[in-house]
Design a binder for this molecule. Structure first.
Ligand code: ZN
Length: 145
């Protein structure tokens, strides 16, 4: 019987999801053409979800190849915020990654993309995080809570 090599390879134990302390969604835009779309999306997120909205980065920063802003959110929001972004991203590329104190894996191995997949500069991402992220501090006031 032919067994594919990957089936016989020694594998590590699966990662437990309790390693995920929070998530980021990065909303990419083009400052010259789609910033207004990103502004509208940001306002709608703020009206709907208790999340921590990051600053506007009209210039690429860190591993990110395009202008973007960040949404930091607790794990409990994943099953509502991510599907909401699927339906409401208005053509913008969205990058969602877990935070597990392994930034390189979090961004390059364990992330998901909505829409266009953009390059990431892995050299800007440490393998292990020295200082843990602080807790998500919501700075939005959603209308219904
Ligand atoms: Zn991030």
């Amino acid at each position: 019987m032919n067994v594919p090599p990957e089936a016989t390879r020694q594998v590590e134990a699966p990662h437990g999801i309790e390693a995920i302390t929070s998530y980021h969604a990065h909303i990419y835009y083009d400052p010259g053409t789609t910033r207004a779309v990103a502004e509208r999306l940001r306002e709608r997120v703020a009206d709907t979800f208790r999340v921590q909205l990051g600053r506007w980065h009209d210039q690429p920063v860190g591993p990110h190849a395009r202008a973007m802003f960040q949404i930091a959110f607790d794990t409990a929001l994943f099953p509502t915020l991510v599907p909401w972004l699927m339906l409401n991203r208005d053509g913008l590329a969205v990058f969602v990654h877990p935070n597990t104190k392994r930034p390189r894996d979090d961004h390059l191995q364990h992330a998901l993309w909505l829409g266009e997949i953009l390059p990431l500069d892995g050299s800007r991402l440490p393998e292990a995080q020295e200082e843990p992220d602080g807790p998500v501090v919501p700075n939005t006031n959603p209308r219904d809570g």
